[in-house]
Design a protein around this ligand. Structure first.
Ligand SMILES: CC(C)(COP(=O)(O)OP(=O)(O)OC[C@H]1O[C@@H](n2cnc3c(N)ncnc32)[C@H](O)[C@@H]1OP(=O)(O)O)[C@@H](O)C(=O)NCCC(=O)NCCS
Length: 137
């Protein structure tokens, strides 16, 4: 049973491991930086929990109020839990959260060229910019 919910401090080690396994962990990804992020916006890190562990995560950045667009990044699922639909669930849950907030568009910058197909299957469209893809929500 997968539960999609907002990140809490206690998820830090799990999220760090998800990011490390996905080669997405950066030195600035400290627990205090994550805490500051969620204090600014409670829903800026979303996790997928199963058996008491946050085995997947996605980060959301809402652009300033006059731009109804949000960026999604750092989508990562624990290696042992991939190909079970958790990545898709994190994406679709984030999109519906944003839709409810009145945000009209989600933007994503795939980390690698081979991930473009993954996002195309989930409704993202390549933009004029070679690296960005977007989805109208
Ligand atoms: C990219 C990533 C997040 C995908 O996560 P995931 O949970 O494996 O994604 P999903 O399970 O939703 O989809 C993966 C595949 O599993 C398949 N799948 C989904 N549910 C399934 C199930 N219940 N049983 C079998 N296969 C399933 C899907 O069909 C999908 O294949 P497709 O893209 O050909 O349709 C994950 O591989 C990862 O963390 N990669 C490393 C970090 C990274 O590169 N992140 C992207 C940054 S832009």
């Amino acid at each position: 049973m997968i539960k999609i919910r907002a990140y809490a401090d206690s998820d830090y080690e799990d999220v760090k491991l998800n990011l490390e396994e996905g080669h997405l962990f950066h030195p600035e990804d400290s627990s205090s930086n994550f805490r500051a992020k969620i204090e600014r916006n409670h829903g800026s890190i979303i996790v997928a929990e199963t058996e008491g562990h946050a085995v997947g995560n996605i980060f959301i950045y809402r652009h300033p109020e006059n731009i109804p667009t949000a960026s999604l990044w750092s989508l990562a699922v624990r290696r042992a839990c991939r190909k079970q639909g958790i990545g898709s669930l994190l994406l679709s849950d984030s999109e519906s959260r944003l839709r409810k907030e009145g945000i009209k568009e989600a933007v994503i910058m795939p980390e690698r060229e081979d991930l473009r197909e993954y996002y195309i299957k989930r409704g993202y469209v390549p933009s004029g910019h070679p690296q960005f893809m977007y989805k109208i929500l």
